[in-house]
Design a protein around this ligand. Structure first.
Ligand SMILES: *Cc1c(COP(=O)(O)O)cnc(C)c1O
Length: 462
């Protein structure tokens, strides 16, 4: 490992220790002891900086608070972990974490009407407006994860025993949001290509109507599902839902923040995105956006009155439980937003890199891609039972041989021990890293006598 990575963490930590002295001291007054501590602290930082400059030193800090390891995976490796790729923070977001880490840090300038989305300093109110327009919806709120967006909608719309249409590839959090509201999920089966279509949606709605005597109350579809990252026909599905007067929730956990999403064009009544999955934001974060028609229902304000005190809390929104993301989580999301807003326009290039990698894997004899192909997303599911898995059977490390080989070359994030079906995500990797990955996978294959059909036909992508 490059010692400079370790030393960079140590320098940041040492500066935090200096910062702590300022926090403990009187305003504008430092005691001689504090001055001494500051000097000591700075000297420590300076020595660490020398180590960074000269590639010297040994690790001095192994843990945070005794038992928490430093996480340097993103600095040390190429990480292809399926859910982590587009949630990696920008450096602006990391600065936000440092500056706004204190609990209710965003509440400094909170004033009437005392609600998160009304705060203007830092510019949280304007951020909400930008989020809505980014998704081409009317109103947006930040929520602690896409799941909490589903929950707010389900809790508003779904009553006991109501049916909610999801797909056979739906994320488990959709199941749970419906369950929490007392509803029942009904899955649309996928077609032979693992795609959810408008026709299958219509058939399912009809079937539910026949079976229960009632129409479903909500349709939730993932634009790209988490299993194959296949693209589903959200626009036509939204149309079908509306033909039955059923609202449509667009699940953009794998789209909002990485590709352009136009809620109005899709015909979505609700757009849900995940901050920590696709918006380069700290967890838990996400967005729930809706139309002017639905906003008064989903974001209804409290009507409750205390029976003893007669207190009322006027503008607090019930489903948001008043305020949602109160500190560095929100400010980190805001700090990444300018980058996120721009990066969605690079989506085609990201998909090209994804296809380049998949082609490189398919060139290894015995590989298959289980996701739709050519790829339309950076997340893919592949099947290496025909090559790496055969090697694993004869290897003393079994399936771990592949993770051993890859991590020794600086690639991590594939499910350790898996050599049959596994997922990877190339989002945000440079062409240089993608080329390096293809070379590495092919070299590992050749090392174990698996044939690689090298071709030049990828050159167009370079
Ligand atoms: C990851 C994921 C979710 C959950 O997102 P959170 O922001 O973690 O709640 C929901 N749906 C899909 C399709 C996902 O991939």
């Amino acid at each position: 490992m490059d010692i400079r990575i370790q030393k960079t963490f140590e320098a940041l930590f040492a500066l935090e220790d200096v910062r702590e002295i300022f926090r403990q001291s009187l305003p504008n007054v430092t005691s001689p002891e504090e001055e001494h501590s500051i000097k000591e602290g700075i000297n420590k930082v300076r020595k660490i900086l020398d180590d960074i400059e000269n590639c010297t030193g040994t690790p001095q800090v192994r843990k945070i608070a005794d038992n928490i390891n430093i996480r340097s995976r993103e600095e040390m490796y190429i990480n292809i972990q399926p859910i982590q790729a587009a949630g990696r923070l920008t450096s602006e977001a990391r600065k936000a974490l440092i500056a706004y880490g204190d609990g209710y840090s965003v509440c400094d300038a909170c004033s009437k009407p005392f609600r998160l989305d009304k705060i203007r300093s830092p510019p949280i109110g304007p951020f909400h407006e930008q989020l809505a327009s980014f998704l081409n919806m009317d109103v947006a709120r930040v929520v602690p994860g896409a799941r909490r967006g589903f929950q707010a909608v389900a809790s508003t719309i779904v009553n006991k025993n109501d049916s909610v249409i999801v797909s056979a590839l739906a994320h488990y959090t959709e199941f749970l949001a419906v369950e929490a509201a007392g509803g029942i999920v009904k899955e649309i089966p996928v077609n032979e290509h693992n795609i959810v279509t408008a026709d299958l949606t219509a058939e399912k709605i009809e079937a539910v109507k026949r079976e229960t005597g009632k129409l479903p109350v909500l349709v939730i579809i993932d634009h790209f599902d988490y299993q194959y990252a296949n693209e589903h026909d959200v626009k036509d599905i939204a149309k079908v839902a509306h033909q039955y007067d059923i609202p449509f929730l667009y699940n953009g956990a794998y789209t909002v923040g990485i590709m352009p999403v136009d809620g109005k064009d899709i015909g979505a009544d609700f757009v849900v995105g995940s901050g920590h999955k696709s918006m380069a934001s700290p967890a838990p974060s996400g967005v729930l956006a809706t139309t002017n028609e639905w906003a008064p229902k989903i974001f209804r304000t409290t009507q409750m009155v205390g029976d003893v005190t007669k207190r009322k809390f006027g503008v607090k929104e019930v489903e948001m439980l008043g305020c949602t993301l109160m500190g560095s989580t929100l400010i980190g999301m805001m700090a990444s937003f300018p980058t996120v807003r721009e990066r969605v326009h690079n989506w085609e290039e990201e998909v090209k890199k994804s296809n380049y990698l998949i082609d490189g894997l398919l060139a290894i004899e015995g590989s298959r891609v289980l996701s739709e192909y050519p790829r339309k997303h950076t997340l893919s599911k592949i099947d290496t039972s025909g090559n790496f898995d055969i090697v694993a059977h004869g290897h003393k490390r079994k399936g771990f041989f592949l993770s051993d080989e890859l991590s020794s070359k600086g690639i991590v994030g594939e499910f350790a021990g898996a050599t049959r079906m596994w997922k990877l995500n190339t989002y945000g990797l440079s062409w240089e890293k993608v080329h390096y990955m293809v070379d590495t996978f092919q070299e590992v294959a050749e090392k174990y006598k698996i044939q690689v059909h090298r071709t030049d036909h990828f050159d167009g992508n370079k």
